[in-house]
Design a protein around this ligand. Structure first.
Ligand code: FAD
Length: 444
């Protein structure tokens, strides 16, 4: 018998709610779920909650990683019958009402799946093995290392073509993440990197943003995308529209019109797919998401709910599901907690209605485009400032709010991006040539 087990106490006369995922959906559900009524067990593969919208700031060395995460045990410390286990949930057995982990199974009365998404490479293994993605804190630290390593390597190279490749960046996908990254990279090129690397010629550094549609920010009206493109072009970003990247060998990206782009760093922001857990009947999922009804109940199984990015809830107003943004997860988490409380009182559940609070995308240091109630506003520092205030407001803990705010103010006024550190050099898994190079050259 194994010496390890989940070691969850008996819920006694209470029902047990098992929550998988301590992201926006899971943590907002917990906030409104009364543990006097339910025993709660939270599983997450990490021991921290991540404020995902600011990952790009960590990746580009603008903010310390600690500022955008909070340990889950810290967030749960005042709760007495909520039990956190840092474990990946591997499978669900809905007929037995049990989940399986590597070290044991657990019975649930209600199961809530809030596992979010990962990058979708649409089956392209070459791109998947050579590109960088930005979904987790680990990804953002890999990207930060990789960007800085490339500049360190460029200073060491005698070959002009290699120096060019090492300082070029190919960003794929013109959604908010691609747009934010492209803008921030352009600012690093303008204000920060030339001071750090005086031996390099930044005239050769290109930032490409490749997007498959005819305007950026496809989830916003066309005018917003055009404004974002205008801002980026003014900052020197080369925008390639109506084009897909079809291959990448780690040095050269191939486009679907036959053109190629040279770059040792390709960042993939072109799509996501749900992190579903095996064990559900076919009718429960569509496009790697759980199909849910108006109460967020997963179709085809009982006592199982899904919220946030992983849930596909088709309504008249949103026939393709709600937008994959933090607000959807936050609102669904709160609504489901209220519904579980209603169930405990033998009351009927209430259907979910999404409230659109508007969307803002930043383009660098003081430019942003916003869509409030269908009205597009684009502008300088005010829209950008609003974006930051909203994001800092939603950062989980007080410590993070304070840390992020002070980091940000310091950077804004001084351009002194303080976290340009290669703490753990990043080497692409399948690239042994590269591993050797970094192991030899940079204390890996
Ligand atoms: C780079 C980036 C930028 C974004 N910017 C914005 C923005 O500016 N504004 C906005 O509103 N939205 C933004 N989004 C979208 C937003 O982050 C998501 O909509 C939101 O995080 C969804 O919340 P969630 O609770 O569904 O999932 P998440 O917040 O992703 O949480 C999922 C949790 O589940 C855990 N998990 C996954 N699988 C398992 C498993 N098998 N077992 C245990 N734990 C598991 C994960 O570790 C994670 O903690 C951005 C997304 C990305 C990737």
């Amino acid at each position: 018998m194994s010496q390890y087990g989940l070691r969850i106490p008996d819920p006694k006369n209470k029902k047990r709610v098992v929550v998988v995922g301590g992201g926006f959906g899971g943590m907002n559900l917990l906030k409104y779920l009364d543990e006097k009524v339910y025993q709660v067990v939270l599983f997450d593969r990490n021991n921290f909650h991540t404020f995902v919208p600011l990952l790009y700031q960590v990746a580009t060395a603008g903010i310390e990683p600690d500022s955008i995460v909070d340990p889950l045990r810290n967030l749960l410390r005042k709760r007495v019958d909520t039990h956190f286990r840092m474990m990946k949930v591997l499978q669900v057995r809905p007929e037995a009402q049990e989940i399986d982990t590597a070290i044991g199974s657990l019975h649930y009365d209600y199961l809530i799946i809030a596992t979010g998404t990962d990058a979708n490479f649409y089956g392209n293994k070459n791109i998947e093995s050579k590109a960088l993605k930005l979904q987790t804190l680990q990804d953002s630290l890999n990207m930060r290392s990789r960007i800085l390593q490339n500049f360190e390597m460029a200073t060491l190279s005698n070959d002009h073509a290699e120096r060019d490749r090492l300082t070029n960046f190919i960003i794929v996908g013109g959604g908010p993440t691609g747009v934010e990254l492209a803008g921030t990279m352009a600012e690093l090129r303008e204000y920060v990197l030339p001071r750090d690397y005086p031996e390099l010629d930044f005239g050769i550094m290109s930032i490409y943003l490749v997007h498959s549609r005819d305007y950026l920010l496809p989830y916003m009206p066309e005018k917003a995308g055009q404004q974002a493109a205008k801002f980026l072009r003014e900052m020197g970003v080369e925008i390639i529209l109506n084009t897909k990247v079809t291959d990448y060998d780690g040095h050269i990206a191939t486009l679907d019109d036959g053109r190629t782009l040279d770059g040792e760093c390709l960042i993939w922001c072109a799509g996501v797919q749900g992190l579903t857990i095996p064990g559900f009947p076919e009718e429960s999922t569509e496009r790697r998401n759980y199909l849910v009804d108006e109460f967020n109940q997963v179709q085809g199984v009982e006592h199982v709910f899904a919220i946030g990015d992983i849930a596909l809830q088709k309504t008249e107003a949103y026939p393709d599901g709600h937008p994959g943004v933090a607000q959807t997860a936050i609102q669904q988490g709160k609504q489901l907690a209220n519904n579980l409380m209603r169930l405990s009182r033998q009351q009927e559940m209430k259907p979910f209605h999404y409230t659109n609070r508007g969307t803002i995308a930043t383009v660098g240091r003081n430019k942003a485009v916003a869509n409030f109630l269908g009205k597009i506003r684009s502008g300088g520092w005010f829209a950008w400032f609003a974006w930051w205030v909203v994001h800092i407001y939603y950062l989980v803990g007080f410590r993070n709010k304070l840390g992020t705010l002070s980091n940000w103010i310091l950077n804004y006024f001084s351009f002194r991006h303080s976290s340009r550190l290669i703490v753990r050099p990043f080497v692409r898994r399948e690239d042994s040539e590269e591993q050797e190079l970094f192991a030899k050259n940079i204390g890996a």
